[in-house]
Every structure is written in C-alpha cells, then in structure tokens.
Design a protein around this ligand. Structure first.
Ligand SMILES: *Cc1c(COP(=O)(O)O)cnc(C)c1O
Length: 360
C-alpha cells in the first residue's frame, strides 16, 4: 500500500496513526462487539468518546470553564447564519473584517439577519494581505466582530489577533484551529468545521463563552439555538458519532506529539520548505500572499502563464501529488499542508517544484 501525497484543501489528510487505530477498533470498539457507529449515542461507551473529545480540546487549547465546547452539524457554513441568529439582535450591528471568500460568505448570511458593517477589507488587493488591526474599540451598538483566522482559498493567515473591546471577537478557525497555541480568552466564540485540521467532515466545533449562550430571540428554531446544545452536552439530538470518535483520535494524536507548540514548530518548518522554493525561484513561482500574511496551512502560488500552471499540475498529478489545483475562484496552485500532512511529503513536493522549474 502506498499513501498518497495528499494536499487536499478539505476534506484533507488525516494522521496515518489515527486511521490505523480506527481500523484496529473498526469491528469491535472497546470490547463492545460493535463499531462506534453502531453504538447508541446514549450509551456509556459512546458518552466516554464524546466527553474525551471535549476534555482533550479543553486541554490542548487551554480552554477555561468560562467556555462551553459544542459539537454541531451543518459545517462552518451553518455558523455563518447561527452566529447572527443568536447574537445579532435588532438594534445591534455585526462587524466583519473581510479577508477572503469565507468572510464574504459569513457577511452575506449576517445581512439576512440584521445590520452589518465592514470594519476592514482586503478585497482591493485580491486578499493578498491581512489588514493591520491592533486595537479595536467597538461602539455600544456592536454585537460582535467577526474574522476568519486563516483564509483557505487565498492562503493568508492572521499572525496576531487584534485586541478588541466593546464586543466579543468571533473567529472562523476552520482551516487553522490546532495549528498553534492561541489565547482563547481573546474570543467570545470560535468555530471550525472539522475536515481541515480536526478530523473528518460532519462535525463542527464551537467554543463559546458562556455569557453568549441564551441571547437568541424566542422565535429561533430549537436546533439553531446554542442554548439547546449547551444544555444537553451536544446530545440534544443524535450527534455525528463517527466524526466525533475520529476527532477524539486526532486530538489524542496531537496530544501525544506534545500539543500545540509542537504543532506550531512542525507547521512552520513545513511551510518554510515551500515558501523557500517560491522565494528562491527567481519569479518562476509567485506566492499569492504577501510575506507578512502567509499562511502556514495553505500555500498559494501561480506560475508565469496558464500553460505553465497546466503543465505543472498535469505533471504533479502523474507523480502522485493530489489536490494542488487552486480553488476555482482564484486559479493557480494551492498546497494545503495541515497538521496531518507529513514533512516528508512537503519535501517531496518542494523537490518536484524545483525539478519542474529546471526542466520547463
Ligand atoms: C472550509 C471552510 C469553510 C466551510 O466549511 P463547511 O464545513 O464546508 O461549511 C468555512 N470557513 C473556512 C475558513 C473554511 O476553510
């Protein structure tokens, strides 16, 4: 068996150790004679998996008791609506920083619910740079400030988060949660679809400060109210049990490697391997992001012409590199190098980039 050089943007590579552990337990989880998928979500065996995932997230991200951790469905995209439906009441304004397609989508959903404002936008330079925002004092009418910590499509990432006063800071961390240590206390709410850095698709993690729960208007559908899920340990209805099980294995794996500061070092090393090739290519490869905003998770670049890009992608495919075409909205190339992508695979890609340049 040969593992693919998987640079998919999401769903994406999972740690081999996790897949093996799941395989070992596939037919008989913990002596139950059942797969985790076959367990009742009300059983002790499943509940232990569920609570272990919560406890490990709490440990890895040092999340205090002021926050609840929720496992929801509907992807990060459902959070685009759920956040304003819960937190944007009618005299308030939801503030957004636009740093790419996902923040635009989040804003679009908020506009359907209430008043919004764009505090800063990188659209003018095609989202090559994260706007510089250190201190933000929001007015009394602000409901929250929403940012996207890593821009999966454009390949940019916030290096430091702004100090926000006056309203909670909310972040979509779908594509970089667990890539490095962060101070959760800076945020009112953090959310992430699992399929980039946390596990398989199907579960969305929401980390929410307790005072933000229970603010929704009464007319909100039960399933879209954070209170429903927080009051029931995310077991109000059937959760995505298999996805949460795999999430628990990924979290165990990250913990066994030494936690998030170790992940940060590994991720920086991997990203530097590719950015060094781009920077040393005499313009053959051109990075999309400006150096100060470069993502350690999604490395985006173009070649000098569409023909060169097409030739690069075709040859890469032949050699077994998967997922290198840029998102359909921006074109070019993108290598997604999330936590689970091994350094060795990144080095193989770097070698290929260099040899393609010299032969093209
Ligand atoms: C992938 C992604 C999303 C969309 O996630 P879904 O789970 O497919 O809804 C949202 N935001 C960011 C930053 C993403 O990378």
């Amino acid at each position: 068996m040969k593992r693919a050089y998987n640079f998919n943007a999401g769903p994406a590579a999972l740690p081999l150790e996790v897949l093996k552990k799941a395989q070992e337990e596939w037919l008989d989880f913990n002596g139950t004679g059942m797969n985790v998928m076959e367990l009742s979500h009300r059983s002790k065996d499943y509940e232990a998996v569920h609570n272990k995932a919560i406890a490990l997230l709490r440990k890895l991200l040092s999340i205090s008791d002021d926050y609840e951790i929720l496992f929801l469905q509907g992807g990060a995209s459902t959070q685009f609506s759920m956040i304003p439906m819960n937190l944007l009441n009618k005299d308030k304004v939801g503030h957004y920083v636009l740093t790419g397609s996902w923040s635009e989508k989040a804003l679009k959903e908020a506009k359907k619910v209430g008043q919004t404002a764009v505090l800063a936008s990188g659209k003018e330079n095609n989202y090559q740079t994260i706007p510089t925002l250190d201190k933000i004092e929001l007015q009394d009418d602000a409901a929250y400030l929403h940012i996207t910590s890593n821009n999966t499509i454009f390949g940019t990432q916030w290096k430091t988060f702004p100090e926000v006063s006056g309203a909670p800071l909310i972040a979509d961390m779908s594509s970089d949660i667990l890539c490095k240590p962060i101070d959760v206390n800076k945020f009112g709410l953090i959310y992430a679809g699992a399929q980039k850095n946390l596990g398989p698709s199907g579960v969305t993690v929401v980390i929410i400060r307790k005072d933000l729960i229970g603010q929704a208007p009464e007319a909100i559908p039960t399933m879209l109210d954070y209170k429903t899920h927080s009051g029931n340990n995310s077991l109000y209805n059937t959760p995505p049990t298999l996805a949460i099980y795999l999430l628990s294995l990924v979290l165990e794996h990250v913990d066994s490697l030494g936690g998030l500061s170790v992940m940060e070092k590994m991720n920086e090393e991997k990203a530097n391997v590719l950015y060094d090739v781009i920077d040393g290519s005499n313009g053959f490869y051109k990075g999309h992001a400006t150096p100060d905003s470069r993502s350690t998770m999604n490395v985006t670049f173009t070649l000098q012409s569409d023909e060169a890009t097409a030739a690069f992608l075709a040859q890469a495919k032949e050699l077994g590199f998967i997922g290198l075409a840029g998102h359909r909205s921006v074109g070019g190339c993108r290598a997604s190098i999330y936590n689970a992508v091994p350094l060795e695979h990144v080095q193989k890609l770097a070698e290929f980039m260099k040899s393609f340049q010299s032969s093209y």
